[in-house]
Design a protein around this ligand. Structure first.
Ligand SMILES: O=P(O)(O)OC[C@H]1O[C@H](O[C@H]2O[C@H](CO)[C@@H](O)[C@H](O)[C@H]2O)[C@H](O)[C@@H](O)[C@@H]1O
Ligand SMILES: O=c1ccn([C@@H]2O[C@H](COP(=O)(O)OP(=O)(O)O)[C@@H](O)[C@H]2O)c(=O)[nH]1
Ligand SMILES: [Mg+2]
Length: 724
């Protein structure tokens, strides 16, 4: 049976040292509470850090056994590792960078090394747990390198990755000295998920600009595999929070708190201590509310839960001091014997007490500066059985993309925040109910189970996509068979693409001239009378003529437009027109003038716009624009528009390498065919050939109609030499 191995820095259970020995307790934070509901099913295992430094072997064994009984496998980390990998690189470098607090980020080589080493440690731990058919699901920014490490150890494994925090603009990512390694680490996965479309777009942009890998509808083709990228906004276990809010225990807490608070109305705030959460800004906004609307003094209290977090990181410790001071100041200023403006708790609470807070609160303030998702917002919604209550939500929390019925605010605008609190406190009940009803329907439908299923289904889809059109490597056994068939036959046809196949791809197309080695190789192949060797290329005939015209080769040029049999004259595949060029050329010129680095290639019967030297993202975007522009112009004409590798080409429809190759086959009647090519246009050749033809795609593991693949031009030349 195939299981799911969940991997995250922190386990959903933490071990604690108490006076009575070790104790175990649920972890805080969105990832642990969110996934905590699902991992126990079907023999799944969760691999992660149990939050404790073990003192000896015996203690480690005890913790391991206790956690194993609840489907968890601990990765023990040392104090040095926690300092450099967790507090250091994860929370001192990546966390601030990814939350747009780049000025707080530190760049320390030692921390980076620890990050690499701990990712390797997790890799070993996962490999111990995971069988070959198991699905591995890696979570979050502490483990960005893990997918690629697992991939190296298990090339066939099914690996998903989900990032729980924002993925920022490329402008922030590019600042990181280790940006390439981090992106490549993530690309080891088959599916990469983010909370929002915005985060996903930023990731695709970074991959395109830093690694030069474009995408189509979120699908990235790396040199070895294709990787799918998609948005999956995480949900909560709606039922669990609704049940907790309706429980006897919550009832009892609500009664107790209500008695203590008397008639005072409650605004609620719950977060981990974190500078991304906007806690200090929220306090200032509450202070402003009391200043602007004195009628709320004595009537409304802010109930503020701050859960201790990462307190060994300097900025977190500083923030604690700032919050303590602000709360002290506001309370000292406004409190009365009967009323306390801010009820401040610096600790965590069990589920039933949180549920009671959610029920009591007429207003929830979720106002982070940046937040990947924010589950507290959704938990508040799920807890409101009577549908009374108002959610004030920051536009910069991932949750704001879904909860559009909240009062959406800009958290840096203190005035707007104070006004939103006032608006919430005076909102008519029917408005509250209408908004809450919509949000509850959404939180109920898109719960954590739906989220998991969606991610797993997409992962299976990504995997099966890779398998369709997957080519097999030309193994020594297959090479042997190919050679045997070659030697046993009399009329052999060799269809060889030029760029990327016989000669390496060059940024300047005119520099890809054949070298001595290639000329000698082609000469030797044509010296054999049983061979007919055809160069089948998208290039113009003049270039092919100049470079290779002296050899006894056949040519198919301009993607099938021009043909030349050995020793014959050039002829057209069919009668063609070129008068359309005068209308199309100015359009391409417009795109050249708008896109620095792009240029036009003119062939006899086609025009090509090249953008390989332009800014990668601008080029790709202009290519899409140009394609739709040209497609519109070409409707009801005989022209067709093709997008290729950093090119947009326009030419007469119905002529391609495939139609030309088919004609050669039907006139020559070969008993052996070998076709080799690297590009999208070579797929037309592969498609046109009979199934027993040896079709070879150049590239390390591409998706192709070809039967086999070979690594690159050097390997192609090696294979051709072996035939001699
Ligand atoms: O493990 P800690 O360092 O104590 O931090 C707690 C967790 O905080 C982060 O949570 C994020 O995930 C939530 C669920 O997807 C999301 O709602 C929230 O916006 C994120 O900040 C962090 O990503 C986890 O790795 C931590 O365990
Ligand atoms: O005393 C508390 C306060 C909060 N939480 C939980 O911590 C999670 C916080 O997740 P969120 O996505 O809001 O933010 P994160 O801390 O992950 O950045 C929520 O599920 C809360 O219910 C908790 O377990 N105990
Ligand atoms: Mg090519």
């Amino acid at each position: 049976m195939s299981r799911t191995i969940i991997v995250s820095n922190r386990l959903p259970t933490k071990a604690l040292r108490t006076d009575d020995g070790l104790a175990f307790q649920p972890s805080e934070g969105g990832l642990a509470t969110g996934l905590g509901s699902i991992y126990r099913a079907d023999g799944n295992v969760w691999v992660g850090w149990p939050g404790l430094f073990v003192e000896d072997e015996a203690e480690a064994t005890f913790v391991t056994e206790q956690l194993a009984a609840d489907s968890m496998a601990p990765v023990f980390l040392t104090e040095d590792e926690i300092r450099d990998y967790y507090e250091g690189f994860s929370n001192g470098t990546l966390w601030p960078t990814f939350h747009y607090f780049a000025q707080l980020a530190v760049y320390e080589e030692d921390m980076w090394k620890a990050y690499v080493a701990v990712n390797e440690k997790f890799c070993r731990a996962v490999l111990e747990q995971a069988g070959p058919d198991d699905t591995i699901w890696v979570h979050d920014y502490q483990l960005l390198l893990l997918p690629e490490m697992l991939r190296a150890a298990r090339p066939q494994a099914t690996i998903g990755f989900f990032l729980h925090i924002p993925f920022p603009s490329y402008e922030l990512i590019r600042v990181l000295p280790w940006r390439t390694e981090l992106l490549q680490g993530m690309l080891g996965a088959d599916l990469i998920g983010f909370h929002t479309f915005g985060y996903m777009r930023h990731f695709l942009s970074a991959v395109s600009q830093l690694l030069g890998l474009p995408n189509q509808h979120g699908q990235i083709e790396t040199p070895t595999r294709s990787v799918l990228v998609d948005a999956f906004p995480m949900g909560i276990d709606h039922q669990r929070y609704a049940d907790a809010a309706a429980s006897e225990a919550a009832d009892a807490h609500v009664r107790e708190y209500r008695e203590a608070l008397k008639e005072v109305r409650v605004i609620l705030s719950i977060d981990r201590l974190d500078y991304t959460k906007g806690i200090a800004q929220r306090l200032r906004a509450f202070e402003l509310l009391l200043l602007r609307y004195p009628e709320w003094r004595g009537q409304v209290s802010l109930l503020m839960v701050v859960v201790p977090s990462r307190d060994q990181v300097a900025q977190y410790a500083d923030l604690k001091v700032e919050i303590d001071e602000l709360v002290g100041r506001i309370n000292a200023q406004y409190r009365t014997i009967a009323w306390n403006p801010v009820h401040y708790f610096y600790r965590s609470f069990p589920l039933e007490e949180l549920a009671a807070f959610y029920r009591l609160a007429e207003v929830a303030l979720v106002t982070p500066m940046r937040d990947g998702m924010n589950l507290v917002a959704k938990e508040y919604v799920a807890s409101k059985a009577d549908q009374r209550g108002v959610l004030i939500l920051s536009e910069r929390a991932g949750a704001a993309r879904e909860l559009s019925d909240a009062l959406i605010i800009n958290p840096t605008d203190t005035g707007q925040l104070a006004e939103a609190m006032h608006e919430a406190l005076v909102m008519p009940e029917e408005d509250q109910i209408a908004r809450m009803t919509n949000m509850q329907a959404l939180v109920r439908q898109y719960d954590v189970f739906a989220w998991t299923k969606l991610f797993m289904d997409r992962l299976a889809h990504a995997k099966s996509q890779q398998q369709t059109l997957a080519t097999t490597k030309l193994t020594p056994a297959a090479t042997q068979q190919l050679k045997q068939d070659y030697h046993a036959t009399e009329r052999r046809l060799l269809l060889l693409d030029y760029d990327g196949t016989l000669a390496p791809f060059n940024a300047n197309p005119q520099r890809a001239k054949p070298d001595e080695e290639l000329r000698l190789l082609l000469r030797a192949l044509t010296d054999e009378p049983r061979n007919r060797v055809v160069i089948i290329s998208g290039r113009d005939r003049a270039t092919l003529q100049e470079w290779l015209g002296h050899l006894p080769l056949d040519f198919i040029a301009e993607h099938g437009v021009w043909l030349r049999g050995q020793g014959e004259e050039w002829s057209l595949f069919q009668e063609l027109r070129a008068d359309w060029k005068q209308d199309i050329r100015p359009v391409l010129e417009l795109y050249v003038s708008r896109t620095a680095g792009s240029f036009i290639e003119e062939k006899d019967y086609s025009l090509v716009w090249h953008y390989r030297r332009a800014d990668a993202e601008l080029g790709a975007s202009r290519a899409r624009e140009l394609t739709s522009h040209l497609t519109f112009m070409a409707s009801n004409t005989e022209l067709q528009v093709m997008e290729g590798n950093k090119v947009v080409e326009i030419k007469t429809a119905g002529i391609n390498k495939g139609t030309a190759a088919a004609r050669t086959v039907s006139s020559y009647h070969p008993d052996f065919i070998l076709a080799i090519g690297d590009d999208r246009t070579d797929e037309d050749t592969f498609r046109a050939l009979p199934p027993d033809a040896y079709t070879l795609k150049v590239g390390s593991a591409p998706r192709s109609l070809a039967r086999f693949h070979v690594d690159g031009p050097a390997a192609v030349r090696g294979l051709l030499r072996e035939l001699l």
